[in-house]
Design a protein around this ligand. Structure first.
Ligand code: NA7
Length: 528
């Protein structure tokens, strides 16, 4: 088995499959474990899923021994946790760090995969797990002159290991998604002057982060099994339920109370207060209006507030952001919001950023410009399946998977938490476990039957793609120009990539497929 990537999914794949008796080799481009948590070291980086949930569930001893210090863990704490896991289960000995996979090619005679790396490795494997992460291929915007800038350029997803000191500097930030919204308040505290270059405003809610006391931790740990059970049945992989009735069936008072409660609690759950919030435009508007009222109230300048309120998408149709004093940051004297909708960036030169009406002199530039999400990292791997077809060619019109796990023409190649699965709509740690366990069972099934490979049929994949698209069409999400839709990358097909039916429902579907003898997959016998 070759596993590509040593983030949450790759590490668990190594642990689980090695324990099952497979010989596993992991290749990881970074010099350490952690995946996105290894790379995204920007100031303010923090998970938007609670730490108690965003952690492995496979070993109760691990759950009990680890102590999270805050409700939402910072990037350094998550990285520390992942390193602890790597040490505890002796994972490093099977990981080749600083090594990028460059080619993955199928030998159609043997149905084995030939894997090559930039370090000169050439290995043959029966199984490949792609654990490259849906948000790992950084998007560097094509802005004229970017290379000519004289100061430091920092992409949030390629942040230097040593912290960057912006004291006394004039800093520009391009991008106001989750990464920008977390970085901006932190950099504003240091920089002499901060220019935020905003193209689209986003919805952000206060994260509501708090330190965890010993009592909090003890209560969480005492309840872990039930918490996990509910999480695996839930919509998004954490044990929270929406309000019991649709927004439009609740009275105005009841609605406000429900929104207020979620607002005070903080975090992404605000976008799931009512069950119909992202399926019914009118319901959605009640959440949007409450949000707008809250946000306008903390911004001093109404003109700035006007620019910070999104006008182009419904709340929750792009990944909602969570923050710590993001909007209040614009009340500071050293922060300027530049509205790129009115005055787009024309170019960057040695001294700064030129927009349609002004030249902003800066000493450092932060790119919080996101990712070629869900497909970018996999398509880069040069994966060649049956008939010499590359994965990139197979996905030219958008990703085509069966259950997110298999691709027709690519036998024994399993994708973790990517398109066609719940993916970014769920808690990635539990999702990784769900996928790895499914693959482990599938391999055991093959071995019991003496079969060599599992391969999604084109028919099953086509009908799953249709199912994903039909389910998305019942919601408001396809109406936004989000990275879920590939809309942030010029030329990318416009397809809603995740399965939106919920984490619990998805888990049931993939379990049923397995129980039905891997329905929709060809189980290929030796010599076939
Ligand atoms: P996002 O959410 O994709 O945000 C990227 C931001 O960068 C967004 O505001 C973009 O504006 C902006 N952007 C991208 N290219 C440009 C150019 N060329 N000019 C100006 N502005 C630009 O990425 P994040 O890293 O913040 O978050 C990704 C996910 O990671 C997040 O949702 C969490 O799930 C974790 P646009 O909206 O395209 O107008």
């Amino acid at each position: 088995m070759v596993v590509v990537g040593a983030g949450f999914a790759g590490l668990y794949a190594l642990h689980k499959l090695r324990s099952d008796g497979l010989s596993v080799r992991v290749f990881e481009a970074g010099d350490g474990v952690g995946g996105v948590w290894y790379w995204n070291r920007y100031p303010g980086a923090r998970c938007d899923v609670e730490s108690v949930d965003y952690s492995y569930s496979f070993d109760p001893e691990l759950e009990q021994e680890w102590n999270w210090s805050e409700k939402y863990a910072t990037q350094p704490e998550i990285l520390e946790y992942v390193n602890h896991v790597a040490d505890r289960y002796d994972l490093r000995r099977d990981i080749r760090f600083g090594t990028r996979v460059t080619d993955i090619a199928l030998d159609e005679q043997t149905l084995r995969w030939e894997i090559r790396t930039d370090a000169g490795d050439a290995v043959s494997a029966r199984f490949v797990i792609l654990a490259v992460g849906p948000l790992s291929n950084a998007n560097i915007p094509a802005i004229e002159g970017l290379d000519s800038f004289d100061g430091g350029v920092y992409h949030t997803a390629h942040w230097p290991h040593e912290s960057v000191d912006f004291t006394g500097k004039r800093v520009g930030v391009i991008g106001t998604g989750s990464s920008g919204i977390q970085t901006i308040p932190e950099v504003a505290k240091q920089a002499e002057q901060l220019y935020v270059f905003q193209r689209s405003a986003n919805y952000s809610v206060p994260a509501g982060n708090v330190p965890l006391s010993d009592e909090d931790r003890a209560a969480q740990k005492a309840n872990y099994r039930e918490r996990r059970r509910l999480s695996f049945l839930s919509g998004g992989g954490s044990p929270h339920q929406a309000h019991p009735k649709p927004a439009l069936e609740a009275s105005e008072e009841e609605r406000r109370e429900a929104y207020e409660k979620r607002w005070q609690l903080g975090g992404v759950l605000y976008s799931k207060t009512f069950p119909d919030q992202v399926t019914n435009a009118e319901s959605n508007d009640t959440a949007r209006a409450f949000w707008e009222e809250k946000v306008r109230a903390v911004i001093d300048d109404p003109e700035i507030a006007e620019l910070l309120v999104p006008k182009d998408h419904a709340i929750g149709t792009k990944r909602i952001c969570t923050d710590a004093n993001y909007y209040q940051t614009y009340n500071r004297d050293n922060v300027t919001l530049v509205n790129l909708k009115a005055t787009p960036i024309e170019s960057i030169d040695a001294a700064g950023v030129r927009t349609a009406d002004e030249h902003y002199e800066i000493d450092a530039l932060i790119l919080a410009t996101g990712f070629d999400a869900m497909t970018g990292s996999m398509e880069k791997l040069n994966i060649v399946g049956r008939d010499g077809q590359t994965l990139k060619q197979a996905w030219a019109e958008g990703p085509k998977t069966y259950l997110g796990l298999g691709v027709a023409g690519f036998p024994n190649l399993f994708n973790m938490t990517g398109p066609g699965s719940v993916s970014v709509l769920a808690n990635m740690v539990l999702h990784s476990e769900l996928h790895v366990n499914w693959v482990a069972d599938a391999i055991a099934h093959l071995d019991e039957r003496g079969a060599v490979a599992l391969e999604a049929t084109p028919e099953a994949a086509a009908s799953w793609v249709q199912e994903c698209s039909d389910r998305a069409a019942q919601t408001l999400l396809p109406t936004a120009n989000s990275w879920y839709m590939g809309a942030n990358i010029p030329g990318k097909p416009r397809v809603f990539m995740p399965f939106i039916g919920g984490f619990g429902a998805y888990g049931e579907i993939i379990a049923d497929v397995a129980a039905a003898g891997y329905k929709g997959f060809d189980v290929i016998e030796a010599g076939e």
